[in-house]
Ligand binder design. Sequence first.
Ligand SMILES: [Zn+2]
Ligand SMILES: [Zn+2]
Length: 361
Amino acid sequence: MKIFRCQSCNQVVYFENTQCVNCGATLGFLPDCFQVGALEPAGDNHWTPLPSRSQGHLYRMCQNYSQEQVCNWMVRADSQVTFCDACRFNQTIPDLTVAGNRMLWRRLEIGKRRLVYSLLRLGLPLISKQEDSEDGLAFAFLADTDPTFTENTTTMTGHAQGLITINLAEADDARRERMRQDMAEPYRTLLGHFRHESGHYYWYRLVRHSEWLTDFRRVFGDETLDYASAMQHNYQQGPPSDWQSRFVSPYAAAHPWEDWAETWAHYLHIIDVLETAWVFRLRVSPDNDRQGEMTSQPDFDPYRIDSFEEIIEQWLPLTYALNSLNRSMGQPDLYPFVLAPLVISKMEFVHQAIRQALQTT
Ligand SMILES: [Zn+2]
Ligand SMILES: [Zn+2]
């Protein structure tokens, strides 16, 4: 993610902020220029970004910003739309008459906006189900009909034909943490869910009917394998004992589709963290690094670079530093995963498929 500044007072502000903590200016994200703008009212519910961001454009708040306070994105005032580039994919939102649901929804929206930011930056095809019922994308945020949140829960977080469903319970930190422990996962976040499920969607968009399918099967395996029985097998027997040399997570070993989605999610994790490191001009260069293998100085836009080698070369040493920083705060590792060579080659496949999509759209 980029770093942003309030154009009114130069305070550093975050992607999620709606108000400058220093000067109180109203803030909104302008998806057409990938910037958080400090905004001045311009009458008739219109807002003008302070100079340097505006190019003279007027904006309105996304309806989920002005009415629901769960969004901070803006839409161009000259467009007819009421929802922003992230909210227009919402098909089902939580029942807001239930106490606490608005807060949970807000957390979901934060993860979703970070996902959409990355998809837009990557230049991936992004069309809503409303515009294209066949190939479009939509989100459903559903509360479980069964209040116990277990592995056998009825409202499953998942993807089906472009519809990404997230169980609202995932936004409840205590319940998600309990689930993480029950599933023995090192990492479980809303953002991770969004990234993983988007992987399933883009498998349909980028791989299913493409010249990549043969190579996909060579790298990830045969996805025509019966999904339900493969999941059942993974659940009952656990992953193969050598999973770490072949898969990014035990869950990825369940089925080639899950392997792709897990690998896709990790690709998005890496690209986002590298962008953040890049804009902060982060440099990792420990004293005892004689060969340079512990040195990281990402000086490129990871959303635009063609070389995957460069990405992974910067990433690996960066994770040692980031994990060490987290341990210094008594926090779990920032990136609690080991990337085996085979997993890295799968990730390169994801990278190539995305780069190709960029060239053909
Ligand atoms: Zn300010
Ligand atoms: Zn919105």
